[in-house]
Ligand binder design. Structure first.
Ligand SMILES: C[S@@+](CC[C@H](N)C(=O)[O-])C[C@H]1O[C@@H](n2cnc3c(N)ncnc32)[C@H](O)[C@@H]1O
Length: 149
């Protein structure tokens, strides 16, 4: 089921600015069909730690975190080099909610810089969604971090 906040964003095709009452047009986000597919996979695979490359305004992340909460997941890692600039921090801001049961780790870096750091830190992920547009991420990094799905 589409989380209510995402439902509203997809219906209005706008997001709210962090400060003030301005709204901005939604862009580059996944649609409800892809979101449902992500949720179905997470409910089936029951990951503990998920990762995404390409947070943008947070639509895929909100779908992922909603399902991850339902399966008792612990952490979502979101990587987006342009979160503070192009996306005005709105993607991360949408996750700061009192009812969020999982922790969000975010890296405002290119994935090719963030992923090697996570590997060096020994981070393991169970489920990854790659939705970055700069095609420099090698699958190797994801397979290095996978715990085996
Ligand atoms: C298609 S948008 C992601 C949309 C998002 N998944 C959603 O559903 O709202 C692509 C995003 O990837 C980010 N990006 C592109 N290439 C990247 C890279 N190599 N490393 C990190 N972030 C990247 C962009 O800043 C942008 O936010």
């Amino acid at each position: 089921m589409t989380p209510p906040l995402v439902d509203e964003i997809l219906r209005t095709q706008t997001v709210h600015a962090i400060e003030g009452s301005a709204t901005l047009p939604l862009k580059d986000a996944i649609d409800a069909e892809i979101g449902s597919l992500l949720q179905k996979l997470i409910l089936e695979k029951r990951p503990s730690v998920t990762l995404e490359i390409g947070l943008a305004y947070g639509i895929s992340g909100l779908f992922i975190c909603d399902a991850l909460t339902k399966v008792g997941g612990k952490k979502h890692i979101a990587i987006d080099a342009f979160q503070s600039t192009t996306w005005s921090g709105i993607g991360i801001h949408l996750f700061v909610k009192p009812d969020m049961e999982i922790s969000l780790n975010s890296a405002k870096q290119l994935s090719q810089d963030a992923l090697p750091q996570l590997v060096n830190e020994g981070v393991k992920v169970d489920f990854a969604f790659i939705d970055g547009t700069i095609p420099s991420t090698k699958e190797w990094w994801i397979s290095s971090m996978s715990t085996g799905f």
